[in-house]
Design a protein. Sequence first.
Length: 200
Amino acid sequence: MAFVQPPLPFDINALEPYGMKAETFEYHYGKHHKAYVDNLNKLTEGTELADKSLEEVIKTSFKDSSKVGIFNNAAQVWNHTFFWNSLKPGGGGTPTGDLAAKIDKDFGSFDKFKEEFSNAAATQFGSGWSWLIDDGGTLKVIKTPNAENPLAYGQKALLTLDVWEHAYYIDYRNARPAFIKNFLENLVNWDFATENLAKA
Ligand code: MN3
């Protein structure tokens, strides 16, 4: 069974009032994300990996020097789907319930979390990702290069922001900090992070 690109969880123009143009998704979802899916299918066709779950492919190919291309494409398929779900029209604000309590406990305050997340996203040199993760019961912020992700590291991802240049160039040109600020203020999907925290 071939790997498939899930549909965007919102209309392609739904984030226009919140700082991300439809054109961004025409390229980022329609071309970049799709290319990772197409490449993964080409690279795994006829191999034993073709019938594995995407998560299994990521875990088994990580750090395997004969499967670097497979890892990069599989992880980028997963990362982008996770990223679309980390966004919602009119998101932002603050989390509630258990997640809010854990953020206060593990970061000191919500403002401190925002500062750490923004800093990780801004300082990831070159291409990569910023994440809120649950690392064995403790919430942490990490940044990862290129396609690497918490799943490969054996950690649970709650939320992510793509900081590859292609993620913000149409809307923000070279201004990565403005893209990060807009994500936290207008787009972050705390419902998705809450669902992920509750998962086993
Ligand atoms: Mn991307």
